[in-house]
Design a protein around this ligand. Structure first.
Ligand code: KIV
Length: 270
């Protein structure tokens, strides 16, 4: 997968499937599927590193995890989030941060949140430097303190207009794709019809060019997180917990390991 493939898929009406990933083990698994793209999101901070928000995540942490994913992933496009304060201060710093992600992790594109003038200028400068950029509008978790929470965005008509204008500006800046997070379906459909970038929704309804979910959430590994938009395609957390309990019982009962799971001095057993 390449970034032009995203645009081709949009033109041909072929839906784009994206999931997040943060480590080598799952990257190898995802590489054996038909997934189109993998996002090393800064949700890494909450999901994998135990931070209370995405704000503490550093550029070094993103590069570290993206490199681990890269070592297990060949087919799907690899996109990496630019974390808080790695692109907001100046367009120069933004290009440098994005360049480091591509050089040091081997990813093919970066994602950045927001659509204000400064962010759009940063996106434009990155695209000028040959760095493919995915935008991100609606609920942008790096702005949680500005929003006052993680609720649905742009229900109010004024905010919906601003969001549409920002999508147009990111599109003009050359973004190949735009994530739309937690916005009304009607607005997501309007943006999708208005921009040439491929829109990728999360909590944005069905009328977008593709969908993204956080991998541990859709596998049922993230207990207690149940927003309306989330479909759990498996309950691996429960299965893993039962497997660990079975292991503990087998060890304590002396049932594990059996003779077929042990080696003999004579060999011939692998
Ligand atoms: O950080 C992340 O995982 C994201 C996706 C939810 C789009 O930005």
């Amino acid at each position: 997968m390449t970034t032009p493939d995203f645009l081709r898929m949009k033109e041909q009406g072929e839906r784009i499937a994206v999931l997040t990933c943060y480590d080598h083990l799952f990257a190898r698994l995802l590489d054996t599927t038909d997934l189109d793209a993998v996002l090393v999101g800064d949700s890494l901070g909450e999901v994998t590193l135990g931070y209370r928000s995405t704000l503490p995540v550093t550029l070094e942490e993103m590069i570290h995890h993206a490199s681990a994913v890269r070592r297990g992933l060949e087919g799907p496009l690899l996109v990496v989030d630019l974390p808080f304060l790695s692109f907001q201060v100046s367009p120069e710093e933004a290009v440098r941060s994005a360049g480091r992600v591509l050089k040091e992790s081997g990813a093919e594109a970066v994602k950045l949140e927001g659509g204000g003038e400064r962010v759009v200028e940063a996106a434009r400068r990155m695209v000028d430097a040959g760095i493919p950029v995915m935008g991100h509008l609606g609920l942008t978790p790096q702005s949680v303190h500005e929003f006052g929470g993680y609720g649905v965005r742009a229900r109010d008509p004024d905010e919906a207009e601003v969001t549409l204008e920002r999508a147009r500006a990111l599109d003009d800046a050359g973004c190949f794709s735009i994530v739309l997070e937690m916005v009304p379906s009607e607005l997501a459909a309007r943006i999708t019809g208005d921009v040439s970038a491929a829109t990728i929704g999360i909590g944005a309804g069905p009328e977008v060019d593709g969908q993204v979910l956080v991998l541990p959430d859709m596998l049922g590994l993230n207990r207690g997180f149940e927003p309306r938009f989330l479909r759990k395609f498996a309950e691996l957390g429960e299965e893993a917990r039962e497997a660990v309990d079975d292991y503990v019982d087998a060890v304590k009962d002396g049932d594990y390991p059996s003779s077929t799971e042990s080696y003999s001095a004579g060999g011939g057993d692998g």
